[in-house]
Design a protein around this ligand. Structure first.
Ligand code: NAP
Ligand code: SF4
Length: 665
């Protein structure tokens, strides 16, 4: 009996049988428009097909110029495009998988000069106002989608995913928020649905009965003037009638101010919205968002919320997710911790997607973990992210590795991170790496602060001893109210009701969230999450937004965050997650003061000056979150992670440095 029997049932689609219920959902990889992109995408997707995903959806490709997301060309509109794409489906087929090309027209979300939309309504997240499409241009755009699908078929793809969610052009036609037309493409829902339905209908006619047409429907819009649940159900029925094979679901427009994939979202937190659609149609429906473990996927299928599950980031963090789940090897799965740091955040800074906990993702053809021909004795000092990553890869390559860790448990800074509300997923990474080290035969020496004498006799010594919190020196820094963030998070120090946080980087924000325990949303059920963020399950409500709005906090604590610089608070946090933390703190009344000069700390509180004006912020507790310095108590040939450079340190760099070094040794 397989460990996850429902997940590993076959699924019959016209002309094809899928071996399991796992879709690798579409993601922007940042490779789509690169000169070497197709070869890298072929390697990237082939690895995931070998890993057992039944079906893969590529990142978005536009059917024409206007639909591009940026000025970099990622299109399927010419014969040359089809030829360029051929290696991708070929590699996936050779690996035993199936792949569909996502067709995405950005509409008003494009970042270029020629953006178009059903109506000239600007989005709050884009500087440009779109040009209104004329009726003939609308017909032409539908034709472009159909041409793209035909070219995808010629390139060897098994089908297409028509991107109809997240607020892109098709969503813009569907929602009154963005469609103010008075002609046959606007007004009543039947008119607003025409664009989506015509694309599907004409694509089916042009590609034949067995070509997969997966339509990504916006199961929940989360914006004012978005579709209601009832309208979404009508759309789903119409799309089925138009000839779609599968209905994948998307959650929220990009401009929605409710987290949809961040750690704050409970696992499978939106599967209920897929169920509403599944109950209305006969074709298979796919649930998506925050599905990162096989037991979560199995529960979705068991509850009848969906027929398949879409895992996107979970396939970045572990390309072999499906094979491992099939074998019942849950402990061997490298779980996605929903941090977005190396995947989605990379998209916004123009870098290819990778993964914090799996640095090889997106570097499949560059970061090769080959077996070694010359076995070495290697000492790794420190069991935090850098040390774990380095020890695992080095041992798997065949080296004899000993890992020294001063603490009684592996994990380093991850052990602090996992205490932060909404970051409990970090415990998954520690458990995974501990298991990986065990399987690779690493000699783990806990509670052992290595000395220079311990390191004699090793061929390579790697210092991954991490960081020490930065010491500050101004009057009163030793006052009894002052505590370090490590002591606070480790439970060795307690905070009073009036707290000042010095420093507003990632740790300062984390500490504020930790103190406001009520924002511990990741452990919550979706119903509590919905209440907290103002999401309505009532299918008659436009956009799914509860009229009462977001939950009001209880007055529990007074927190003030201080920093010397004058940049906006939260600007150093992740692009796609920082706003969630900031919103949470502001909602809870956290005061944020920038441009601060610290004078002293005494019984009255923290004395500061801002723009030459002196002030005292009363504080029972002052928490220092003022960055870190490298911890280097030993000599070593190799330094990685925080021991090498503490500034700008994050788990992404630490794990990558560890893996890269281990791959070279
Ligand atoms: P950080 O991001 O460098 O922030 C340090 C803070 O301390 C800054 O706000 C800085 O503000 C202040 N500071 C620095 N030197 C100071 C001094 N001498 N006196 C007073 N204040 C001083 O460091 P961190 O918050 O410790 O985070 C460490 C790393 O972990 C970062 O790379 C961060 O990206 C990562 N991390 C990220 C997240 C997240 O994105 N959610 C969460 C946790 C950690 P001023 O200089 O303006 O005063
Ligand atoms: Fe998941 Fe973070 Fe990896 Fe992205 S970077 S795939 S969110 S673990």
């Amino acid at each position: 009996m397989p460990a996850y029997p429902l997940l590993f049932r076959t699924l019959d689609l016209p002309g094809v049988q899928l071996p399991n219920r796992i879709l690798m959902g579409s993601m922007h990889t940042g490779l789509e428009a690169r000169p070497d992109g197709m070869a890298r995408l072929a390697a990237f997707y082939a690895e995931r097909a070998r890993g057992g995903a039944a079906l893969i959806a590529t990142g978005g490709f536009s059917p024409n110029d206007a639909g591009e997301l940026s000025s970099h060309r990622a299109q399927m509109s010419t014969q040359e495009d089809a030829e360029r794409h051929q290696p991708v489906p070929r590699a996936v087929h050779d690996a035993g998988g199936r792949i569909v090309l996502q067709l995405l027209h950005s509409g008003r979300y494009g970042f270029h000069q020629n953006i178009v939309a059903p109506s000239p309504v600007k989005s709050g997240i884009n500087p440009g106002t779109p040009r209104e499409l004329g009726a003939a241009e609308i017909e032409q755009t539908i034709g472009d989608f159909v041409r793209a699908a035909v070219l995808a078929q010629a390139a060897g793809y098994d089908g297409v995913e028509v991107m109809g969610s997240e607020g892109y052009l098709i969503s813009q036609f569907l929602a009154p928020r963005t469609n103010q037309r008075l002609d046959d493409w606007g007004g009543a829902l039947a008119n607003r649905m025409r664009f989506a339905c015509e694309i599907v209908k004409q694509t089916r006619a042009a590609t034949g009965p067995d070509f997969i047409i997966m339509y990504r429907i916006s199961a929940l819009e989360l914006v004012e003037g978005g579709l209601s649940g009832d309208e979404t159900v009508q759309l789903a029925r119409a799309i089925e009638k138009a000839g779609a094979t599968l209905l994948n679901t998307g959650i929220g427009w990009h401009e929605a101010r409710i987290p949809t994939i961040a750690q704050a979202v409970p696992r499978a937190g939106f599967a209920w919205a897929a169920r509403r659609i599944r109950e209305a149609v006969g074709i298979p429906v796919i649930a998506s968002n925050r599905i990162n473990a096989p037991e979560i996927a199995e529960e979705i299928l068991a509850r009848g919320d969906a027929d398949m599950v879409s895992l996107a980031r979970a396939m970045l963090s572990d390309a072999e997710f499906a094979n491992k789940a099939k074998a019942g090897d849950r402990a061997g799965i490298n779980i996605c911790i929903a941090c977005n740091q190396a995947c989605l955040d990379h998209y916004f800074i123009g870098q290819p997607a990778s993964c914090v906990v799996n640095p090889r993702a997106g570097r499949e053809s560059k970061l090769i973990y080959a077996k070694t021909n010359s076995k070495k004795k290697i000492a790794v000092i420190g069991g935090g992210p850098a040390g774990l990553s380095c020890a695992a890869v080095a041992a798997e390559r065949g080296h004899e590795v000993t890992l020294f860790e001063k603490a009684g448990e592996l994990g380093g800074q991850f052990n602090l991170a996992k205490k932060i509300p909404g970051k409990r997923e970090f415990a998954e990474s520690i458990a995974y790496y501990a298991e990986r080290l065990r399987r690779a035969g690493v000699n783990i020496r806990l509670n052992h602060a290595a000395t220079q004498a311990d390191l004699a006799g090793y061929d390579e010594v790697i210092l991954a001893s991490g960081v020490d919190p930065r010491r500050l020196s101004f009057p009163g820094i030793d006052h009894k109210s002052v505590v370090g963030y490590v002591d606070l998070l480790a439970g060795r120090a307690q905070a009073g009701r009036n707290v000042v946080i010095i420093g507003a980087g990632g740790i300062g924000f984390d500490v504020a969230l930790y103190l406001l325990e009520r924002s511990s949303r990741s452990a919550l059920e979706f119903k509590e999450f919905n209440k907290h963020w103002g999401i309505s399950e009532d299918s008659s409500i436009s956009g799914g937004l509860a009229p009462e709005g977001v939950e009001k906090p209880e007055e529990k604590l007074k927190i003030t965050m201080l920093k010397r610089s004058t940049t906006p608070f939260g600007s150093t946090l992740g692009r796609t997650t920082g706003w969630v933390h900031r919103a949470e703190l502001l909602r809870n009344g956290v005061k944020m003061i920038k441009g601060v000069e610290y004078r002293k700390i005494d019984d009255a509180g923290v004395h500061i000056a801002v723009d030459g004006k002196e002030a005292v912020i009363p504080a029972e507790t002052v928490v220092l979150c003022a960055g870190q310095d490298p911890k280097r108590e030993l000599q070593a040939a190799h330094l990685i992670g925080g021991a090498r450079e503490a500034g700008e340190l994050d788990a992404k760099r630490a794990m990558l440095e560890g893996a890269e070094l281990a791959a070279r040794l």
